[in-house]
Structure formats: structure tokens, C-alpha cells
Design a protein around this ligand. Structure first.
Ligand code: ZN
Length: 396
């Protein structure tokens, strides 16, 4: 072999090696969707997508017909799954189907029957994408699909069944703070934890006396309770409504009024101040948590109901208290990132009944009459909300 041929041979081997290694790295980047496994029970369905390597994915929701899909990027579908339909028919989901959507995108579609919320996350070793779906199954449907009339009849039957059962709404009332956490303290030494426990007990007494309710308090005594446990109690008790009661505070001693919150990632200056205090974290931490709460907001379908509940309670509080007391300031109803409401599975609100940091309102909060009036106004708000939602249910 002469020198020239030797060089050409070297270059050829070198180029071949580059080509092979780039092919290998391409193959490595592309992953394969190898299996889809459904697990179902009447209130909860879990779909697991097995992939042979780490993959990026995007989730989307579509309506008409209701469906939810995940695009797995840089992926190929295993031939055995191609155009594969997995029937679920558990009342939450109809079926799961998968296909190669674009050259490098695998789309997994979940056809929806009825569900309240879902969560998507990934797990490693081996890599898989998990879709959790919660809801209440619709009455069993015929495999051929249910007509509008059949659906309406099923709804009516459900209503009659529930009416026979004589629904007793379950309300979980959460007096904020407690034990080593006194909450806000007024200039005169009055502590938030004491005031809100008294208001909560009064509210319980009024609701049990006036209406047909089942009431549970998250704490009945002066004990410490972590924030995340409070919504957990409401979920565990399968409450219809969750009410967290607080008193407000501001560095500006002159500020007074009533403020009602629902869970949201909104961050007005007021919401930031209040959430930082109630979450017992810094304003910077609240700011960074907003992204986390935003990511999970879509999992909570009770936002609209919570806004409605906050609205009626807020209006009742401002109107009723104004009838007896002067200078009741309407501080408004707002959204804010409150840990205590996070994860609650039902309409839930946080009420800042008055400013304990304001001397005049601290004096009022010391009075049993004022606390009784607050409790009564909250009761009327809840009652109003329940009547409205029951009316909506009847006309469905
Ligand atoms: Zn508080």
C-alpha cells in the first residue's frame, strides 16, 4: 500500500466511525414506548406508560369529545402498540389509545367519560409516565354508548336516590393556628388562635342548631396542627365544604376590614402579605411557591365553586356586620396561594374575619357578641351557598 492509499484508508475509517457513533447517539436519544398498563377502581384510575428511556412529554386537554392526551417527544411506538385501543370503561375513562403522531412524537390519548381531576408525573428506574385520574364514575353505560335521554334518566335516578338518602352536608371548620403557633397577636395581647377557636365553636353550634349539617372541627382545643394536615382532615372526612377561619394583621395599625380568600396563584400585594403570614414563610418563599401551586391548579376542579363560596360568605359578613357595627371595611374577596387550602378536594375558603392588629377591631374581637355575629354571618353565607348549589342540582 502506497502512502496515498494509506491516507485515504485512514480517512475512510475515521469518517465511518463518526457516522456509526452519530447513528448510535441518535438511536440513544430516540426512546420507545413499550407498554401501557391501566389500573382502575370506581373512584381512581391510574395509567402507566412504560418507556425504555427518559423522555420529555407534554400534556393537553381537549373538549368535544372530552379527551386528554400526552405527547411523548423524540419517541417511537412499539409496533405491538400501534393503533392499539385499550378499553377501560370504568366510568371515568372510556379507553386509552396510542399512536405515532408525528415522526418523532408518540401520542397517548385518554378518552374521558367523567372525572374531576388528574395528575401526570414521571418515575425513574425504569422510566415511566404515570397519569392519575380521580372522579366519580357515571352510572354504568351501555357499550354502544349512552344517548342523551339515557344520560338524563340516569341523572334523575341519581338525584332521587340522593334525595331519599336525605343528604346531610358535611362541613369541616378549621380554626387557624393553635398550640405553639399563636397566629397574629394584637397590641392588647389578644391571640388569633384563641379568637378563631371560639368563632369556630360558635359556628359549629349555630350550624347544628339551625340546619341539618354534620360539622367537624380540625381542632377543638389549643393544640398545634401542621397546615397540610388540615385539608387532609377535610379530604378524609369527605367534607362538602372546608372553611379556615383567621384574623388578619398588618404592620400598619390603622388598617381594618374583612377579607376572604380562595386558593389561587394570584399575587396581589395584599395576598402576598397575607399568604406569607398564614403560611409562616417569607414573601420570597410565597413567590417561589406560586409556580408550584400553578402547576397543580389544574388538578383542582373546585376553583369556581370556591370562588362562589368565598363570594357569598364575604358578602354576608360585610352586610350583616355593617348592620350592627360602624366602619366595617370591605377589603374584598381575592385569590391567594394558601398552603392550608392546597390539596383540599372540595370548595374551600380562608376567612380573615377582622384585623387583630387594629386596636378597634381587637377590642371588637374580644367581645362575645361580635364573635357570635361573625359566626352567624359565616353560617348564613354557607347556607346561601348550599341552597344555590342544591337549586342548580335540582334544575339539572
Ligand atoms: Zn391566621
Amino acid at each position: 500500500m502506497n502512502k496515498k492509499a494509506w491516507y485515504i484508508c485512514c480517512i475512510w475509517v475515521f469518517l465511518s466511525l463518526i457516522l456509526i457513533s452519530s447513528n448510535l447517539s441518535f438511536a440513544k436519544e430516540m426512546c420507545r414506548v413499550i407498554n401501557i398498563r391501566p389500573w382502575t377502581n370506581p373512584k381512581y384510575t391510574r395509567i402507566v406508560i412504560d418507556i425504555d428511556g427518559k423522555a420529555r412529554f407534554r400534556e393537553h386537554r381537549l373538549i368535544n369529545p372530552d379527551r386528554f392526551y400526552i405527547d411523548i417527544l423524540n419517541a417511537r411506538i412499539d409496533p405491538k402498540l400501534k393503533e392499539h385501543h385499550i378499553p377501560i370503561n370504568d366510568g371515568l375513562l372510556k379507553r386509552v389509545r396510542a399512536g405515532q403522531n408525528k415522526k418523532n412524537v408518540v401520542r397517548v390519548v385518554l378518552d374521558i367519560d367523567n372525572f374531576n381531576k388528574f395528575k401526570v408525573f414521571s418515575l425513574d428506574d425504569p422510566y415511566r409516565i404515570v397519569i392519575d385520574v380521580w372522579g366519580e364514575a357515571l352510572p354504568a353505560t351501555k357499550k354502544t354508548g349512552e344517548t342523551g335521554r339515557e344520560k338524563a334518566l340516569a341523572e334523575k335516578e341519581k338525584y332521587v336516590r340522593n334525595k331519599r338518602k336525605k343528604i346531610v352536608p358535611k362541613i369541616v371548620i378549621d380554626p387557624g393556628h393553635g398550640g405553639k403557633d399563636p397566629g397574629a397577636t394584637g397590641r392588647g395581647g389578644l391571640q388569633e388562635k384563641t379568637v378563631v377557636l371560639d368563632i369556630a365553636k360558635r359556628l359549629k353550634r349555630i350550624m347544628e342548631k339551625e340546619g341539618n349539617y354534620k360539622i367537624v372541627l380540625t381542632r377543638e382545643t389549643d393544640v398545634f396542627m401542621p397546615l397540610e394536615k388540615r385539608a387532609f382532615i377535610a379530604n378524609e372526612k369527605e367534607a362538602d365544604i372546608f372553611i379556615s377561619i383567621h384574623t388578619n394583621a398588618s404592620k400598619q395599625r390603622g388598617v381594618n376590614g374583612i377579607e376572604t380568600y380562595y386558593l389561587s396563584n394570584a399575587l396581589s400585594e395584599r395576598a402576598l402579605e397575607t399568604a406569607a403570614r398564614e403560611n409562616m414563610v417569607t414573601r420570597q418563599k410565597v413567590n417561589s411557591d406560586v409556580r408550584f401551586i400553578l402547576a397543580d391548579m389544574k388538578a383542582n376542579s373546585k376553583i369556581n365553586e370556591s370562588i362562589q363560596l368565598a363570594s357569598v360568605i364575604h358578602i354576608c359578613l360585610v352586610n350583616k356586620l355593617s348592620k350592627t357595627y360602624s366602619n366595617i371595611k370591605d377589603f374584598g374577596m381575592k385569590g391567594g396561594p394558601f398552603y392550608v387550602l392546597y390539596g383540599a378536594d372540595m370548595p374551600s375558603v380562608l376567612i380573615e374575619t377582622s384585623f387583630i392588629s387594629n386596636s378597634a377591631e381587637e377590642r371588637r374581637l374580644r367581645s362575645k357578641n361580635y364573635r357570635e355575629r361573625i359566626a352567624h354571618s359565616i353560617y348564613e353565607g354557607i347556607e346561601d351557598y348550599i341552597k344555590k348549589t342544591m337549586m342548580a342540582y335540582k334544575t339539572e
